[in-house]
Structures are given as C-alpha cells and as structure tokens.
Design a protein around this ligand. Structure first.
Ligand code: AMP
Length: 447
C-alpha cells in the first residue's frame, strides 16, 4: 500500500514540467493570434459573485445546477455574506467587467481574450476535469456576421498553429432569437405530451427545465423520438436565417470548412443566434475541443445596456491530448546547456561566479556545487543530459584553465579559464542563447 499522505484532489492534476511545453506553446499561439486580430488580454478573478454565473449561464444548466464550485467568503457562514463561486468559464465574468468598467465608451467592438484555469464540479472522466484550462475570446459591442466569421477564423488559425485542425470538425447552427426559442420550446413541449414515459429520466428532467437540451441528448430513445419532432428551422425568424446564411457565406469565403448541425444547442442559456463547436472528428461531441456563440442578451442580464457579443472558449487539456495523439512535437526549451562541476573550496567559489555569468549570457546552466566527487558530478551531468560540462578542479584553478567536455562526443579539452564563456557561446551558436530584452518596454515607461 502506498504511504502517500496527500494527493491532488479528485478531478485535478498538476501540470508537470513535461506538459508545460505544450501549455506554453498553446498560450503563445493564442496570444499571437489574438494580438494579430486586435484582442487585448483580460484576467477576470478566479472567483466571482455566484449570481453572475447563475443569471448569466442560467439556473437550469448543468454548469450551474450541478457543477458550480461554491465558495463562501467567510470561515463561519454568514447568511448575509455574498456567496461566491469559482469561475466555470470566462464569458460571464468578462461581460461583468465590460459593464463594471464602462467599456461601452471604448471604440466598439471591444475584443478581449483570457487564458487560465476554470472549475466545474463534474464527474471526473477522460477529458473532463474539475480544474481545467481554457483560452477564451470575446467580441463585444457590435453585431455583424462578419464578426462571428472572424472570431471563428482566429480559433481556426490557432488550431492550425497547433497542427490539430484536420482532426476537428466545425459544427455550426443558429438557435434564433429568444422569441424563436420560446415558440420552439412550446412546440417541443406539446410534441412530448404523452411521450414523457418514453424518455430516460435525465431527459424527462430536461423537458421540464431546459427542453432545448433534448436536442443534443446522447440518449438513443430521445434521438429516435426527436426524428418526428418539429424542427427548429421552422421557427427561425427571417432575420436569423439571413444572419446564418451570410455567416456561412463568409466562412466559405475564408476557406473554413464547417458542418451545419441543426441539433447543436450548447449548454449555456446566454446563447442566441450563432452557436458552434469544434468536435473531435472521430468521436463526436463528448470531446468537443471548444465552443462558442452569440450572447446578445447577456450584458443586459448583468446590468448593462443591451449590447451584442460573440465569443469562444477552448479546452487546453483536450488540445494537448490531440497534439500528443497527432504526434505534434513542440520545442522543449528546458534543455540544460552546461553543467558546471568543481572540486575544492577555491574552485567552488570561482564556479559560483562562472555559473551566474553563463546564465546572464542566456546559457541554461546547472551547477550542483556540492561536495560530491568529480566522478559523481559527471554522472549527474549525464543525467541532466547537459550538452557540455565545464570542470574546474584544484589544478585548473592553479593553472588558470578549465576543462570543457562535449558530453555527446565524449571529448574534452583544457582551455584558458577566460575562454570558457566565449567558447561555450561559439559552440551553442549566438542565436540559440536564451536572452530576454525588456529594455524596449522600460524605455517607453521612462518617456
Ligand atoms: P463549454 O463552453 O462548456 O462547451 O466549454 C468549452 C470547452 O472547455 C469545451 O469544449 C472543453 O474543451 C473544455 N471543457 C469544458 N469543461 C471541461 C472539463 N470539465 N474538463 C476539461 N475540459 C473542459
């Protein structure tokens, strides 16, 4: 039996160093594509007044009803205290910020993006965690199908950067205005009168609380019944149909492949008109990598003036999974360039400076600088898979030299101590050094 005392909570995981390279790569692509398209970054708090999610996403959605991580602000619960919840997604919080900071005064549309952890108290299973990461894009303040098309294009470009776009299929639908949905929901309810008994229990609950969700039910009996149910398209307003057709025309113009999917509804109440998801081509919607849509009523629900918006959220863990499945290799920048080994107090002191000078030059340097024998330090250098080792013993200190060993070739040479850094730079190549300039920004700050 393991004597481990503590583990990560159920449904959570550490992002271990080996997975960081994927995370970093995805974040880089998101930042790059978002900046290209004029988005600016926002980091809403990880927890918010839970009414923002309840009202925004909807009381009867799975996310709010079953999966909201509630947190109380105080140790002892106080009835009057605001109840908080960990964010299950970004859109509601970002719209709250849009209203709170008066962003309607800015040139519209306001384009914002976010990257970070979200929380849902879901039943953990493959690709479904209690803490996961999303990247999120929001375009608020203007309504036009060209904005929906451009948003989809930004996400498509990100998936192309990650080399997973050919594993995904874009599913798209238009779920009309709230009047269209109301009328359709009535028709659906009428249709199911007398047929409730043939629905599984979960879907019977949906019929009462959120009938639209029946459309994307995974249950076969429900799907068979739905074959003869009224179709949503019959209830779509002319305006919605036009909006949708124009959007599809724009997607075609941009060369983005899509599948029209009249059963796609998404599990969040704030959506209206456009909804879309990127599905795993092989397994279907259970493993959607991301989804989004229009939420023209959300800002008003959160206390702002009626303001249109369209957004997208992608699940980073699922993207990493796809990248690994597709064999995508991402650059690993954690390699060790130089291991510094030393023997004796004088050498150790000199190495302390040497290590720091190497690092300043942008060379990834590990210096164990302990009391171990040279032999065991060399073994350690091997384990770190360092490309070169610099070795300074008592003799070398006396001579003013240092030993440089190429770990792969297994060859070593003795060189003057002052030559150590220039020689390592020459071997690694100037352009491969890990340097970071912040002078430009500093210059701007001083102006
Ligand atoms: P949603 O808006 O609920 O469709 O979420 C957007 C994306 O976030 C999904 O397509 C998933 O990729 C990801 N996602 C949502 N919930 C989870 C979860 N519990 N664990 C991992 N990823 C998730």
């Amino acid at each position: 039996m393991s004597n481990l005392m503590f583990r990560t909570p159920k449904g959570t995981h550490d992002v271990l160093p080996d997975d960081q390279q994927y995370m970093t790569y995805i974040k880089k692509s998101v930042r790059h594509r978002a900046r290209q398209a004029g988005y600016r970054r926002i980091d809403p708090p990880i927890f918010e007044d839970r009414r923002i999610f309840e009202r925004g996403i909807g009381e009867h959605t799975d996310i709010v009803e079953k999966e909201l991580f509630r947190v109380s602000g105080k140790k002892e619960s106080d009835a009057n205290d605001t109840e908080f919840a960990l964010r299950p997604e970004f859109t509601a919080g970002i719209c709250r910020a849009y209203v709170e900071y008066g962003m309607q005064q800015l040139p519209q549309p306001v384009e914002l993006y976010a990257i970070g952890p979200c929380f849902r108290h879901d039943r953990p299973q493959k690709g479904r965690y209690r803490q996961f990461h999303q990247f999120d894009l929001e375009v608020i303040g203007l309504k036009d199908p060209s904005l929906d098309a451009q948003l989809i294009q930004v996400t498509w470009n990100i998936f192309k950067d990650l080399r997973i776009s050919d594993r995904l299929s874009l599913q798209i639908n238009n779920i009309g205005t709230s009047e269209n949905r109301k009328a359709y929901i009535e028709a659906l309810k009428d249709f199911f009168i007398g047929k409730e008994g043939r629905l599984p229990e979960e879907d019977r609950g949906r019929l009462l609380a959120n009938p639209l969700r029946l459309l994307d039910s995974k249950n076969e009996d429900t799907q068979i019944l739905l074959k003869t149910a009224p179709l949503f398209t019959q209830f779509l307003s002319e305006e919605s149909k036009q909006f949708h057709d124009t959007l599809l025309e724009y997607l075609t113009e941009l060369g983005i492949p899509f599948n029209e999917n009249p059963r796609l509804v998404r599990g969040l109440d704030y959506y209206g008109q456009t909804v879309f998801e990127f599905w795993d081509q092989s397994t279907g919607s259970q493993n959607a990598v991301g989804g989004g849509g229009r939420y023209d009523g959300l800002i008003e629900i959160l206390g702002g003036k009626p303001t249109p918006g369209v957004g997208f959220a992608g699940g980073i863990e699922r993207m990493i999974w796809h990248m690994k499945e597709a064999g995508v290799r991402v650059p690993n920048k954690d390699q060790v360039d130089v291991f510094v080994a030393q023997l004796g107090p004088e050498a150790k002191k000199k190495c302390l400076t040497l290590v720091s000078q190497l690092r300043e030059k942008g060379i990834h340097t590990v210096g164990a600088l302990g009391e171990a024998s040279l032999k065991s330090q060399m073994r350690l250098a091997d384990k770190f898979q360092s490309r070169y080792t610099l070795l300074l013993g008592k003799l070398e200190v006396k001579d003013g030299t240092i030993i440089l060993k190429d770990m792969q070739a297994g060859k070593q040479k003795q060189i003057p101590y002052e030559q150590a850094i220039p020689e390592v730079i020459r071997l690694l190549g100037e352009k491969n050094l890990d340097t970071y300039e912040i002078r430009d920004q500093m210059g701007q700050m001083e102006e």
